[in-house]
Design a protein around this ligand. Structure first.
Ligand code: HPA
Length: 240
């Protein structure tokens, strides 16, 4: 038994999963940081692995880019495979001048320009938020590890190459810290499914200064995110 997009058997996927966008990043995390990592998915090359970190069972899988892709994988992981903690580790573009390349942003809320929330059939706006206990614990871990982090609103956008190159300045005025493409769908799917989620992004580029991470720096900064995420594995805080 499988889902349309994941060929794993029930039980093959751990209750906590790390979700980078890039499936090759998922493989790299599994190979470098987990022991006894076993592959569980190759459908569409969206690679997924389950292994152990310091004796604790954990999975890691790519989600692809954007909310439609994140929406599919997070729904199947929650509804079919019984995943309880979903931790996105991704990149984002800084919208504010005080954020620097390699800084970590814990998404305390996600705004969106997407039509994704229209499926809930409500006339208002749904605020997408992480599990507070995961957010709090990630902040404490980052402090302990000496990793520079910020917590605030991220923008989950459907558009990477916008027709109006200055569009991001409107989001900047709202006080959002950075822009990415997945957190909103992850958060809302986790809420609907009654499970915990957190999105952590490393700043890979700045829309304000034009700075960008080099490939080597990208690698290192992902390791920072993965280290925080792996320490969250069996954190059992009270749910928000
Ligand atoms: N926009 C959207 N997603 C991103 C960006 C960006 O500038 N940088 C990294 N992910």
């Amino acid at each position: 038994m499988a889902t349309p997009h994941i060929e794993a058997k029930r039980g093959d996927i751990a209750e906590t999963i790390l979700l980078p966008g890039d499936p090759l990043r998922a493989r790299q995390i599994a190979m470098e940081l987990l022991t006894d990592a076993q592959p569980f998915n190759q459908v569409r090359n969206m690679l997924g692995f389950t292994g152990y970190y310091q004796g604790k069972r954990v999975s890691v899988m790519g989600t692809g880019m954007g909310m439609p892709s994140m929406g599919i994988y997070s729904s199947e992981l929650i509804q079919f495979y019984g995943v309880k903690q979903l931790i996105r580790i991704g990149t984002a573009g800084a919208l504010q001048g005080h954020l620097h390349i390699r800084d970590v942003v814990l998404a305390q809320a996600a705004s969106t320009d997407s039509n994704y929330p229209s499926q809930f059939g409500l006339s208002g706006h749904i605020s997408a938020t992480p599990d507070f206990s995961l957010l709090r614990q990630a902040a404490l871990l980052a402090e302990k590890m000496g990793i520079q982090y910020h917590a605030g609103t991220v923008v989950s956008s459907d558009v990477f190459y916008h027709m109006d190159p200055d569009q991001w300045k409107k989001w900047q005025k709202t006080g959002a810290l950075c822009i990415e493409m997945e957190a909103y769908a992850l958060y809302q799917n986790a809420r609907m499914g009654g499970v915990k989620a957190l999105a952590m992004n490393v700043i890979s580029d700045s829309l304000v200064t034009g700075e960008q991470l080099s490939a080597a720096e990208r690698q290192d900064s992902f390791r920072d995110l993965a280290r925080i995420a792996l320490e969250l594995i069996d954190y059992e805080g009270s749910s928000s």
